[in-house]
Every structure is written in C-alpha cells, then in structure tokens.
Design a protein. Structure first.
Length: 296
C-alpha cells in the first residue's frame, strides 16, 4: 500500500514543524508528504530546505489560495503519484493519538466503495443546509459508521481513486466548508465516507463533548469566518441543486442577523454586516478571497 498525503500551511513554520513531528511519529506514518504552502513570505520554504527531509516535497502556491485551493493542488499531486490513500492535513492539526492512521487504514475495506476515512464525522441535512451531530450512543454500538462529512483536522484520509477521478473542492470557495463541498461530491459519485467510532468517542471525551448539545446560537469570536460559512453554504446549495437548502439558509441567517443584537449594538452591527455581505457577494457571484480572516 502506498500511503502519503499533503499538509496545507500558511506562515506558521514552527507550528508546521511540530505537526510534522507528530505525523511521522504515527505507528503507520505516511511515506511522503507534499507541503502545500499558501504563505506570502519565504520563511517556510527556507526552513524546509534547511531541514532537507527526503520524505517532504515543498510546493509554493505563490499566493494565498486558501485551504480550498491548496487542497485541490494536494489531491492532484497525490493522485498523480499513484498513492492508494492520501492524508489531507492542516499545519495546526496533528493526529491526536499515535495510532490514528493505523486504526483508520484498518477499516478501509469496511465498505467496498469506501472513498474517505476519518476520526470524526457528521451527518448533513441538505434540505436545511445544516450539520447534524452524530449521537454518542450510536457510536458506542458499532466499530465504524458511515457519515456525510469529515471536517478539517479530523485525520481525513482520501482514497487515491477518488483523487484520480478528479473529485476536489471548488477552489473558489477559498475558506470555509471546503471539506463539506468535497465530501458531498464524493458521495454523489457513489463512494462512502467511514469513521472509526473509537477515535470518534475519544476525540469527544478529550474535548468534553460526550453529552454536548449544540445551542441554537452562540456568540462568535471571528465574524469574518461567519461570512465565509454563509457565502460558501449558499454556493454549495447551488452545486447540489437544493433550492430548499438555499431558502432555509436565507431564513436562518436573516434571523441570526437580528438575534446578534442580543450581545450588544457593536456585535449586532458587525454580525449583520457580515451576513448581509455574504448574501450580497453570493448574489453578485463573488468568490475566492474577499475578506481578510484577521481583519476583525
């Protein structure tokens, strides 16, 4: 089996080095990693050249293409290299235990059409455009389950066959729900998405989320991320031809724009501005990087 992958990074070289250390300490480590660099400086390239690790190939994107654009490049390179399984990683999310890859690859034949493996996954309600939490009691009953979506940083492994047929996120999404866009396309092409329930439960326990219930609304620390989430969900609703999803997104996020004033006029105005801008850019067809994620 040829197992490798790619890591997406952006101007945080020490974080990247720490993550690489954790990845190669896995009981089943990848044989090779492509470092897909969105950085706008040269530090990452210089440090990796000095590291001179034959297991790494550096790829400079030349601009910040976001996680979506970098993932497209990573999947393309790994697919062409003939890998059987591909790790899709972020520079700040190493596997949370040393046998994550070993456990995931052990269940790769759980379903003959398995296209994606992951440590944590969710269901997706396409009618409402809503991520649905998998109940912990379901995870306790089976060694693995099928889901609709593996989020970023959750040890996502992609079948090389999926990459070679050209399935990839839309690079114009830039940031936010690019993994959802990808996973929905994987399922539309007839592949299954499987998660390991032992890893799933351990991740929940580690973060104190075994009995977690998602609140109807929670104050956000970065409203620019909310802008990208809404804008991209609207585009995804178009790509999967779900008018009911789009209609529900209009209703839900319009209510969010008003409800945000519960946290004061300052927050309420910023929240309404970001939601209104997401609607406006969707209607105008604006995609890619439109706002700086650190602008708040």
């Amino acid at each position: 089996m040829r197992f490798g992958g790619f890591i997406i990074t952006y101007q945080r070289v020490q974080v990247l080095l720490n993550t690489l250390e954790g990845i190669f300490a896995q009981t089943v480590p990848p044989q090779h990693l492509w470092i897909i660099d969105n950085s706008e400086d040269w530090e990452t390239e210089q440090v990796l050249k000095e590291k001179n690790d034959s297991r790494l190939t550096y790829v400079r994107m030349g601009k910040n293409t976001g996680p979506a654009g970098a993932a497209v490049k990573g999947l393309e390179l790994c697919g062409k290299a003939g890998l059987d399984w591909i790790y899709w990683g972020d520079d700040n999310d190493p596997p949370f235990r040393e046998d994550c890859f070993e456990r995931l690859l052990a269940i790769r034949n759980a379903n003959p059409f398995c296209g994606v493996l992951g440590a944590v996954g969710q269901y997706f309600d396409g009618r409402k455009g809503k991520i649905l939490r998998v109940q912990s009691r379901l995870l306790e009953k089976k060694p693995w389950i099928e889901v609709d979506y593996v989020a970023g940083g959750m040890c996502m492994l992609v079948s090389g066959d999926v990459a070679r047929v050209g399935i990839a996120p839309d690079p114009k999404l830039f940031f936010g729900f690019e993994e959802l866009d990808f996973c929905l396309e994987v399922k539309r092409k007839g592949y299954s998405i499987v998660v390991d329930t032992v890893l799933f439960l351990e991740a929940r326990s580690k973060h104190g989320r075994l009995g977690f219930e998602r609140p109807l609304y929670q104050k956000k620390t970065n409203l620019v991320r909310e802008y990208y989430s809404l804008r991209n969900l609207l585009y995804i609703s178009d790509s999967v031809s779900l008018p009911f999803m789009r209609r529900n997104l209009y209703q839900k996020w319009s209510l969010k724009a008003i409800y945000g004033f519960r946290y004061g006029p300052g927050y309420g105005c910023k929240n309404m501005k970001m939601i209104s801008l997401a609607f406006w850019h969707y209607w105008r067809g604006r995609m890619g990087k439109t706002l700086d994620l650190n602008s708040e």
